[in-house]
Design a protein around this ligand. Structure first.
Ligand code: HSE
Length: 428
């Protein structure tokens, strides 16, 4: 039987899990793929870090970059992370030296995926990144293979477990933001620096990769990104009363030959499928023709789920399945127009914290009228002790630009106590 020599670089939680999995499951993987996966080298920042397996001199590489040079290596699994530095150097070197690459690094692929895929294509090697998007949810290979027949119109969903866990725990368990974040870190979902989980950047990187796979386009950085830091328990409670949940969603859709990419907290109907996805779970929803709507839901992070995705990529290479990294040759990838969401229409939830004085409500509604935004519902919750009031307005479908103008204009009024909120509503 043929053999494939592998180097694993990066032995944190995921690298260590993958290493042990490959040792334990070598025989069955060989049988399934008709090729034996041999771990030739492993390397990481520190050899002495406490791990629950032994590292022999024979397998350890002092200089991780030697993996990219070694004639003995066919495939490098990059699990260092980060768009720059060692991970970037290793992956570029590996592809230039005609080694296959498997990576879980969404930041690297979102930033350098186009140029890396050109090198891989030229050198006829694989660049596989299933594990970079939503961990164990097999969305990348589904788009490249199982859904190949389809013209994709829209991809959206929950792409970050940490923020979903935080929002659903604030909702269900009445816990505060920091308490919930600590738990997400304890379970190994949140990044060690969770800012990218909270500010939407983690979702943005995954969405950029999905967009290019869905629309056969190059990676595009025109994307609207908002995180969950400004979501208060009060917004979650208000949403509940109105029949909605708040989720951090990523959307990429093609409308009149233009692609709109956006990441933001979203009000979605409680009865919708996506509202039921709680905790650290991810869900990716694809609208395509002729398939219709497909949904894949599962564990979006953590060593075991991520290893499932890495093994899928490694197996594809064991089988000799050399594919274009983005499903289609770079020559065929399109330069599609990506648009700002300013011109797109949304209905929205707006919350104004105001002094409870005469004329405030009419002042606010006049601003809505001046911006051609029609009001669907209005709720006023006075707080007698503070002499303030919370005004919640649900709009009819309106231009995003106009909704933002209202936030700005009302935000400057004499009666405003706190920065107003705008959360878009999705009715799908
Ligand atoms: N930190 C991410 C999440 C997982 O919470 O979903 C890795 O992309």
């Amino acid at each position: 039987m043929k053999k494939l020599n592998i180097a694993i670089v990066g032995l944190g939680n995921i690298g260590s899990y993958l290493y042990k999995y490959l040792i334990k499951n070598k025989k069955i993987l060989a049988k399934k793929n008709n090729c034996i996966p041999i771990i030739k080298f492993i390397s990481a920042k520190s050899r002495n870090r406490k791990r629950d397996f032994k590292i022999t001199d024979k397998i350890w590489l002092n200089n991780y970059l030697d993996a990219a040079k070694s004639k003995e290596i066919d495939l490098i699994v990059e699990l260092i992370g980060g768009a720059e530095g060692p991970a970037k150097k290793l992956v570029f070197d590996a592809l230039k030296n005609k080694k296959h690459v498997v990576t879980a690094n969404k930041a690297l692929i979102a930033k350098y995926g186009d140029v890396l895929s050109k090198i891989a294509e030229k050198n006829k090697v694989n660049l596989e990144f299933e594990a970079s998007v939503c961990g164990g949810v097999p969305i990348v290979r589904s788009l490249k293979e199982s859904l190949i027949a389809n013209k994709i119109i829209k991809v959206f969903g929950i792409f970050n477990g940490t923020s979903n866990y935080i929002l659903s725990s604030m909702d269900n368990q009445n816990k505060n933001f920091n308490e919930v974040l600590n738990n997400a870190q304890k379970y190994g979902y949140a990044e060690s620096n969770p800012s990218a989980d909270l500010n939407g950047e983690d979702v943005a990187a995954k969405l950029k990769i999905l967009s290019s796979l869905c629309f056969n386009s190059f990676i595009n950085h025109k994307i609207h990104v908002e995180g969950i830091k400004d979501i208060d328990k009060e917004d979650i409670d208000n949403a509940n009363k109105l029949g909605y949940k708040i989720k951090l969603l990523g959307f990429s859709e093609i409308i009149n030959k233009k692609i709109y990419q956006r990441v933001h907290p979203t009000l979605i109907k409680k009865s919708s499928y996506i509202a039921s996805i709680d905790g650290v779970l991810n869900a990716v929803i694809i609208d395509g023709k002729p398939v219709g709507r497909s949904i894949i839901q599962g564990e979006g992070a953590g060593p075991s789920a991520t290893t499932s995705a890495l093994i899928s990529d490694i197996s594809s290479i064991l089988r000799g399945n050399i594919k274009f990294p983005f499903s289609i040759s770079n020559k065929e990838r399109k330069k599609i127009n990506f648009s700002e969401i300013r011109e797109r229409y949304f209905s929205a939830y707006l919350r104004f914290e105001v002094k409870d004085i005469q004329g405030v409500l009419s002042n606010i509604t006049k601003t809505f009228a001046n911006n051609n935004v029609s009001i669907k519902r209005i709720i006023q919750n006075p707080n007698k002790n503070k002499g303030s009031s919370s005004i919640i307005i649900i709009t009819h479908s309106s231009k995003d630009k106009s909704l933002n103008k209202i936030i700005k204009q009302v935000g400057n009024k004499y009666f405003i106590i706190k920065k107003p909120k705008l959360i878009r509503i999705d009715d799908n």
